[in-house]
Design a protein. Structure first.
Length: 109
């Protein structure tokens, strides 16, 4: 095993630990205030609904070069990727609009 592999696996481990702590620690903190869990659950439900809308809009067309050996993309996989991309685009646009609105609101006040 080369040192690159060791550092790569250590990086994977640190990313997994960071993701775990980013999810678990706010949940532990929010047990003091259960109403904050309701807001979090509503946000997650909203993102899931947005994903299913984007999934239903996306196409399941697969080009022949992506059906071949290195990719092995199925129509369901293509539709899943399309749904994720559309969801990401919508969330990025909403974030940019929120940033612009916040800055304009601060400039007016």
């Amino acid at each position: 095993m080369d040192t690159y592999d060791i550092f790569l696996y250590a990086g994977y481990l640190l990313i997994a630990l960071g993701a775990l702590f980013a999810i678990v620690m706010p949940l532990i903190k929010s047990l003091d205030n259960p109403k904050s869990l309701l807001k979090t659950a509503l946000g997650i439900v909203g993102i899931v609904i947005l994903f299913f809308i984007a999934y239903s809009v996306s196409s399941n067309e697969v080009l022949p070069k992506f059906e071949a050996d290195p990719f092995n993309l199925t129509p369901q996989g293509s539709q899943m990727v399309g749904g994720m991309l559309i969801t990401t685009y919508i969330l990025a646009i909403v974030a940019l609009i929120g940033i612009v609105f916040t800055e304009l609101n601060k400039a007016i006040k």
